[in-house]
Design a protein around this ligand. Structure first.
Ligand SMILES: [Zn+2]
Ligand SMILES: [Zn+2]
Length: 846
């Protein structure tokens, strides 16, 4: 059904059916935009004391890059339709918007255009806000949050101090990307193929720098466990987070290094049951014992350098685990504490220092990676577990990793099942003091130091006498100086502003230096949605009572590219704030929806591909309603949307058709006299309630707005087809009036401008946004049913009841499933089934 409507809408050649009244979106949209702008209370949420049910709908806040792109329009059109629907369902709706306004592009733009970052950013904010208002998104601008302004970022600093107090912020040395030409730190996105983005020939170096970290790993267990509570999140996002946190249970086992005077190498393994099959030890290139093991051997030092480089480029390209596995033998041995065997120690490029202990025992027979590595370097492969049922096969296919196995060649542990062996062998290691049970996480602490200007200054001081001293709370905010020269050379720009760097030490009163690093912008977006609930509050970051009313967010909508970092940092921040007593909820987001991308000509829209469609152009040509409605109509919201301009044109033509339809019958009144209902009247009533049922259930469930809109289009076609009957009075006026009213109400979430215009035209005085969403009657939506006789070889044997218009195939199935018929057919063979639509079913049997 929707295919017909869709092809009709998408075909650009269909001529407009009528021309008596022209649909002029620009006139209509301008008129309503002015009225809405003049009414700042329109989209304002009621205070927390409201007796309506709260609904917090939120779209991810944009980076103010300069102009909205179609991906934004799609994202916000989904949220806006939902917000409007919820208002009409009588909820107290919070629907805010803000700006993720710190970040590197502002510095790049400053360098390119010689515009200060603040000016560039605020200019972009103004333009994008203008675009949002023009498209008619229902945001409450009184709660707007702009993260680069001191009234916001001072609270980042306040939170940082609280985290520091609680031991959740700390400083340590960590690697950064360094361009020797620029003499500055580069962000990951500024490293292109291992070289500086501005110096294509200059390889980026890794340097150790003191940096600030947030101890997110303290919450690893809770972040993982609480994923089970997030039933309203897409399963794929929960899986991505689960993998990112990467919990594995296992054991640490100490291997003594041979001839080292007792030095130990600790390996982490999830499969201690296979330890008798270990034939080598592998350690990460960055393992602290490497220099000791390889000494001054120039050949080994060279090979180490190569492995380090390989690991770094794989890490940058995100291909760790896919790259070819390589390594070298250090010449040293470690002793397996279970059997006293001497195992060669190798350095390998696929072992990461950040995971486990940076050292593993290699069991080639029972581990994929170890097997690949051992094959390549011809290391011994020793089988120590066998499948419980291995039939005639003398040996399992290698590597054999199945847990449902039995141990062999494992000393006193031979014969045990794997699960039991893991328990017993771990206990054995613990009892003998060379190992322990551990839980290991892939999740690392969050490095928030950025050696950049356009971010929140970290509120710390360095005093020669007192060391690291936090800025006192009453001296916040530490303001970002506005007069600054951005060169992207010679380190952080803040370090060159003497008035910024030099400060009094609050402890001893002597001179101190300010921290010149700024915070990762993910800090800004980790808690911004709490600020919306009381955005102008000057005395605290968050008003705990109001936040407790609104949280968790009922529906969050954004791109799947934020599934890991933004959402995990937000969850961490919420838990840390809860422990500070700032908020009461454990999780920030009840339901999450990730929309698909907008593509064109088979690729994501991007300037470099030249396939960008500008929202401003579309709005100027077809109006905001057609643009946003098309973005909901062209594909289910979770799928990619392939942008086609004739599709927007088609939606615009449909809106014109609808406009003329409602205009034609706008003076019909639902107070007109009742008339006897004809069968056409019943058909139309049924169609109306079926459409309403589809649109309502789509809002409540799967959000397939494309089929909702297609159903509305079908309804409009059906009414148009009854034009002559309506004109002749064969259809009751009051029914047509009611149909128009419901049609406009259903249109309101998708095309709010046109809906408002038509609502007024129908003589309605109240705000459409606060009108009640119409209820469908299942009774009226139900298809009419007919009774069909079932014949067997021409004789009536039974009867079935099916909805009118049921497809022949289904009628046939229902007939064959009929209880009486089944009994009759028990020992017979059906040769043929004849369905005479609307009349009877005849079974020819033998
Ligand atoms: Zn450079
Ligand atoms: Zn001091």
């Amino acid at each position: 059904m929707s295919n017909d409507v869709k092809s009709e809408v998408l075909s650009a050649t269909a001529p407009p059916r009528e021309r008596e009244t022209r649909y002029d979106p620009q006139r209509i949209e301008q008129k309503w935009q002015q009225r809405w702008d003049a009414d700042p209370a329109l989209y304002k949420a009621e205070p927390a004391a409201s007796n309506r049910k709260k609904y917090y709908v939120l779209e991810m806040l944009p980076y103010p890059s300069g102009a909205l792109h179609m991906g934004h329009v799609r994202n916000y059109s989904i949220g806006d339709a939902l917000a409007r629907y919820m208002w009409m369902r009588g909820h107290n709706v919070l629907h805010p918007m803000g700006w993720d306004a710190f970040g590197l592009p502002a510095e790049n733009a400053a360098l390119k255009n010689n515009t200060p970052p603040r000016e560039w950013t605020l200019h972009n904010v103004a333009n994008m806000k203008r675009q949002m208002k023009r498209i008619g998104f229902s945001y409450d601008w009184s709660t707007e949050v702009t993260t680069c302004l001191p009234d916001y970022y001072r609270w980042n600093q306040w939170f940082f101090l609280k985290l520091y107090d609680r031991g959740l912020a700390y400083r340590r040395k960590s690697k950064v990307n360094w361009c020797p030409e620029c003499a500055t730190v580069l962000a990951n996105e500024q490293v292109v193929d291992g070289c500086c983005w501005r110096h294509e020939e200059t390889p980026v170096e890794q340097r150790d720098l003191e940096q600030w970290f947030l101890r997110i790993t303290n919450y690893a267990e809770e972040l993982l466990n609480d994923l089970d509570k997030l039933g309203g999140w897409p399963e794929k996002v929960r899986t991505m987070q689960r993998n990112w946190i990467g919990r594995s249970e296992g054991a640490q086992v100490d291997f003594e290094i041979a001839d080292s005077g007792g030095e130990k190498l600790t390996v982490f393994t999830t499969r201690i049951d296979t330890i008798f099959g270990a034939t080598s030890i592998q350690i990460a290139p960055g393992h602290p014992l490497v220099p000791k093991l390889i000494g001054e051997d120039p050949d080994l030092l060279n090979r180490l350098e190569v492995l380090r480089d390989e690991q770094r480029s794989a890490r940058e390209a995100g291909t760790i685990g896919e790259a070819e596995k390589r390594g070298f033998f250090t010449g040293a041995y470690a002793i397996n504490p279970f059997n006293q065997e001497k195992l060669p120690i190798w350095v390998a490029n696929y072992i990461l220092m950040e995971y486990g202990t940076g050292a593993v025992m290699s069991v080639p027979a029972h581990d994929e990676r170890d097997y690949e590595f051992a094959k390549k370097y011809e290391l011994e492969i020793r089988i120590v577990i066998l499948p419980r049922r291995h039939g005639d096969e003398p040996e399992p296919m290698l590597p054999h990793t199945d847990m449902d196995s039995l141990l062999i060649n494992s000393g006193g542990f031979s014969g045990l099942g794997n699960v039991e062996a893991i328990k017993k062998m771990t206990r054995f290691a613990e009892e003998h003091g060379f190992g322990k049970r551990t839980v290991s996480y892939r999740l690392r602490d969050w490095g928030i130091s950025r050696q950049r200007y356009w971010g929140t200054p970290i509120p710390m001081l360095y005093c020669d006498k007192c060391g690291i001293v936090p800025v006192p709370e009453n001296e916040l905010p530490v303001l970002l100086p506005e007069k600054i020269e951005i060169t992207q050379q010679g380190g952080s720009p803040l370090a060159r502003v003497a008035e910024f760097v030099n400060a009094r030490c609050p402890k001893c009163g002597g001179m101190a230096r300010r921290e010149t690093d700024t915070m990762d912008t993910f800090v800004d977006s980790s808690w911004y949605f709490y600020r919306y609930t009381n955005a102008k509050l000057a005395t605290a970051a968050i008003d705990t009572t109001t936040a407790a009313y609104w949280f968790p967010i009922d529906q969050y909508i954004g791109g799947v590219e934020h599934a890991i970092l933004h959402l995990i940092y937000s969850r961490f921040w919420t838990k840390a704030m809860r422990d500070m007593g700032v908020v009461k909820n454990d999780e920030p987001i009840e339901r999450l929806f990730t929309q698909g991308m907008v593509i064109r000509n088979g690729a994501k829209m991007s300037k470099s591909k030249g396939n960008v469609v500008s929202p401003d152009d579309m709005v100027a040509r077809y109006g905001a309603d057609a643009t946003r409605m098309y973005s909901l109509f062209a594909a289910p919201p979770d799928r990619d949307l392939d942008w086609q301009e004739n599709g927007v044109e088609g939606v615009s033509r449909f809106l014109g058709k609808l406009y003329r339809l409602v205009t034609r019958y706008a003076n019909f009144r639902s107070t007109a006299a009742r008339q006897g209902a004809s069968s056409l009247a019943r058909d139309l009533e049924r169609k109306l309630h079926q459409t309403l049922r589809r649109v309502s259930t789509d809002f409540e469930g799967r959000w397939h707005f494309n089929t909702s809109i297609a159903a509305i289009m079908e309804l409009v076609n059906a009414i148009n087809a009854a034009d002559a009957e309506i004109a002749s009075g064969a259809l009751p006026q009051r029914q047509i009036a009611e149909t128009m009213r419901v049609l406009v109400l259903m249109l309101a979430p998708f095309a709010p401008y046109l809906a408002a215009e038509l609502w007024e035209m129908l003589g309605e005085r109240d705000q459409l946004l606060r009108a009640d969403w119409p209820k469908f009657h299942p009774e009226l939506a139900r298809e009419e049913e007919i009774e069909l006789p079932i014949q067997v070889n021409g004789k009536n044997r039974s009867r079935i009841t099916v909805p009118a218009g049921t497809a022949d195939d289904e009628v046939r199935e229902r007939a064959l499933a009929d209880e009486r018929i089944c009994a009759l057919l028990a020992d017979k063979q059906v040769m043929k089934v004849i369905v005479v639509p609307g009349k009877l079913v005849n079974l020819v049997v033998r």
